[in-house]
Design a protein around this ligand. Structure first.
Ligand code: ADE
Length: 225
């Protein structure tokens, strides 16, 4: 999968994209992530990416020209499954969306900044608008990093144990059961006996019961839907 991220703040994306699993996915050639600084696509000598809004509202608006130049160049090079705009008024990101995006070949993710972007970009280029929750961040970079992380870890081969992505919380609309590691007794705080029993069927039943109990208690809305 190839992901092109368009931003006016490329620095914010550096460490989330270049550590841990996302780094390994790129090193293994399973994901190719390119960050484009929209300033590099400006045509004026001040490399301006924003301007005052028509109609006299407060705040600045991202200009159409650098975004058009960058997206048009990328679209000339290959076909994209989606052009995603990160925005608090988009559809709320969830696991089914991550699953579906993980099947894409090429994605563009556009990070908003300032008061917003010239609406014509949304009308003419954007195919999906995604929010990571009902709160407003200073820009779309951290939301984009969340989406990229959630999507790339689902690409087969990215995380070692294939099973572990499938058993994540939310994959079956249940929260994940608790997990433990050694020692089995730490300062008298004991790991549930069943996990030490070696009895596979009982362990599976315990995990399911725990997942159901935690979901009912912490996220009953997941069971309602
Ligand atoms: N940009 C600013 N806030 C955001 C949010 N909650 N989700 C996506 N993009 C954003």
């Amino acid at each position: 999968m190839r992901i092109d991220i368009l931003t006016v703040m490329p620095e914010i994306l550096e460490s989330p994209l270049n550590c841990s699993i996302l780094k390994r996915a790129q090193d293994k050639g399973l994901a190719e992530i390119h960050v484009h600084n929209l300033r590099d696509y400006t045509e004026d000598k001040h490399r301006k990416v924003d301007d005052y809004p028509f109609g006299g509202e407060a705040g600045m608006v991202m200009k159409i020209q650098p975004v058009d130049a960058c997206i048009s160049r990328l679209m000339n090079e290959r076909e994209y499954d989606d052009v995603i705009f990160m925005t608090p008024d988009g559809a709320t990101f969830d696991q089914p969306m991550a699953n579906s995006l993980s099947m894409a070949e090429n994605l563009i993710i556009l990070c908003g900044h300032y008061k917003g972007i010239d609406y014509r970009i949304r009308e003419h280029f954007v195919t999906k608008e995604i929010s990571i929750g009902d709160y407003v961040l200073t820009g779309g970079e951290l939301p984009a990093a969340c989406v990229v992380d959630a999507v790339v870890r689902l690409i087969p081969g990215v995380i070692g144990d294939e099973q572990s992505a499938l058993s994540d919380s939310f994959q079956d609309r249940l929260l994940a059961p608790p997990v433990y590691t050694r020692p089995a007794d730490y300062k008298g705080w004991k790991v549930p006996e069943v996990l030490l029993s070696g009895h596979e069927a009982k362990i599976m039943q315990w995990r399911l019961d725990q997942a159901m109990e935690r979901t009912r208690r912490l996220r009953p809305d997941l069971l309602d839907e």
